[in-house]
Write a new protein. Structure first.
Length: 115
């Protein structure tokens, strides 16, 4: 059974940091590119960051460049999103996605940035 389980979300003050994790099971994680998306209140789901299967190439939305870092540990079947200097506009449900010849989504984790 394929599963992507996000964790690490929560409430944080502006300027704070969170690290999201996406634990994968049920498929060959190392073959899949991984990405993080988010959907804020009343907004469309948007791509935040992506990383290739071996981790050699990453890309980021302009809005998070320099603040967020995507990474992966293929030995642990886990992808990460380190989020620094969080701002209220980063408030959203964050989803991880796995892409190869199939596409899998996690259930999402809520990130709320508020004082």
């Amino acid at each position: 059974q394929v599963q992507l389980v996000e964790s690490g979300g929560g409430l944080v003050q502006p300027g704070g940091s969170l690290r999201l994790s996406c634990a994968a099971s049920g498929f060959t994680f190392r073959r899949y590119a991984m990405s993080w998306y988010r959907q804020g209140p009343g907004k469309e789901r948007e791509l935040v960051a992506a990383i290739t299967s071996a981790g050699g190439i990453t890309n980021y939305a302009d809005s998070v460049k320099g603040r967020f870092t995507i990474s992966r540990d293929n030995a642990k079947n886990t992808a990460y999103l380190q989020m620094n200097s969080l701002q209220p506009e980063d408030t959203a449900v964050y989803y991880c996605k796995a892409d190869w010849y199939m596409e899998y989504w996690g259930q999402g984790t809520q990130v709320t940035v508020s004082s």
